[in-house]
Design a protein around this ligand. Structure first.
Ligand SMILES: [Zn+2]
Length: 338
């Protein structure tokens, strides 16, 4: 009994001595002193300095630690209008070989489902009307495809920049809105119209256009079509032609589009941001499309078009004003009498 008690006391005593020695030799006294007396920030710093260099995993942990409350995920594009028409889906177009869209001329690629529509606008950019169309589209948080005329792009580059900045797809619609199916138009002239149009859009936007093209008056010249195929440019016809350029007012455009859509059930809608009545019709037309259950599909190109350097450079030369003298004005013009 005495022996057993003695052994137990001896064991406890040995354990206490071992623990005391371990504590004395291994305790990080300096660090614990800082931790105990320093304000919280310094304590954190001291702790951090003892850690190895942060890795990417550490950064992730820091980002979600309670010290920094996690930022709630933001929607990709904030829309202030909760009842907006919006964009139901975005499709990416591989334009290799020059695919054709719009059942008025091309029936191979049937990618829209019932009630799906694509909004397209030709002939801009133009003051007042194009900015008005952009505002209506922005109010409904929706996107379209624009086919500007090269000449118009060179007149109003700042407006075309706004179109691109709003996230719409921008293709081209020739340099001068020439009929590429006319007998007067030879193959080279048609190519010049196409390429100069794209180069003018690029020059105006300071960015490459989408390889999307629409023939003026929907006049599909066979040689020009083959050329566009070789340049990997998609050709856009339409399913619903608004004939907005012939409409006497906004109401007529709205009725025309809605009536045709009821028959086709879906499709690419052709309009003109160049036309005043179209700009006026758009706010109500977009509301009617929403009420009718139509859903906007946004068409985006898989890759931008590489414009041809010869046409890019030719345009810059054409637009440069001739310089007769580099002398400063007060060197040339002197007031001699007031
Ligand atoms: Zn046109």
């Amino acid at each position: 009994m005495h022996n057993a008690l003695g052994l137990m006391l001896a064991s406890v005593g040995a354990a206490v001595v071992i623990a005391a020695v371990w504590f004395w030799t291994s305790s990080p006294r300096a660090d614990s002193a800082v931790a105990a007396t320093a304000p919280p920030a310094e304590r954190l710093a001291a702790t951090a300095s003892a850690k190895p260099a942060p890795t990417s995993e550490d950064v992730e942990v820091t980002a979600t630690s309670p010290a920094k409350p996690p930022v709630p995920p933001q929607p990709k594009t904030a829309c202030a209008n909760p009842d907006a028409l919006g964009v139901s889906r975005v499709v990416e177009i591989d334009t290799t070989g020059g695919p054709g869209f719009g059942f008025a001329h091309f029936k191979q690629l049937d990618f829209l489902t019932d009630k799906e529509i694509v909004l397209t606008f030709d002939d801009g950019p133009w003051p007042i009307n194009t900015p008005s169309v952009l505002k209506s589209l922005a109010d409904e948080c929706t996107k379209a495809v624009f086919f500007p005329i090269g000449k118009h792009a060179s007149y109003h580059p700042e407006i075309l920049k706004q179109v691109a900045a709003a996230g719409h797809s921008v293709g081209a619609h020739t340099w001068s809105h020439a009929n590429l199916n006319s007998k007067k138009m030879d193959e080279q002239q048609a190519r010049d119209e196409i390429e100069k149009g794209f180069s003018a859009v690029k020059l105006a936007m300071d960015a490459a256009p989408s390889p999307f093209f629409r023939f003026p008056q929907l006049q599909h010249g066979p040689a020009a079509m083959a050329y566009l195929g070789s340049r990997n440019v998609a050709i856009f016809s339409c399913d619903v032609d608004s004939f907005d350029f012939k409409a006497k007012d906004a109401t007529q455009i709205i009725n025309s589009v809605m009536t045709k859509l009821e028959k086709s059930g879906k499709g690419i809608i052709l309009m003109h941001d160049f036309q005043r009545h179209t700009a006026e019709a758009l706010p109500l037309l977009l509301r009617r499309l929403k009420a009718g259950g139509y859903k906007v599909v946004q068409m985006k190109a898989k890759a931008p078009l590489q414009t041809l350097a010869d046409y890019d450079e030719g345009l810059v030369k054409d637009m440069r004003l001739p310089v007769a003298s580099t002398r400063p004005v007060n060197n040339v013009v002197q007031t001699v009498s007031e």
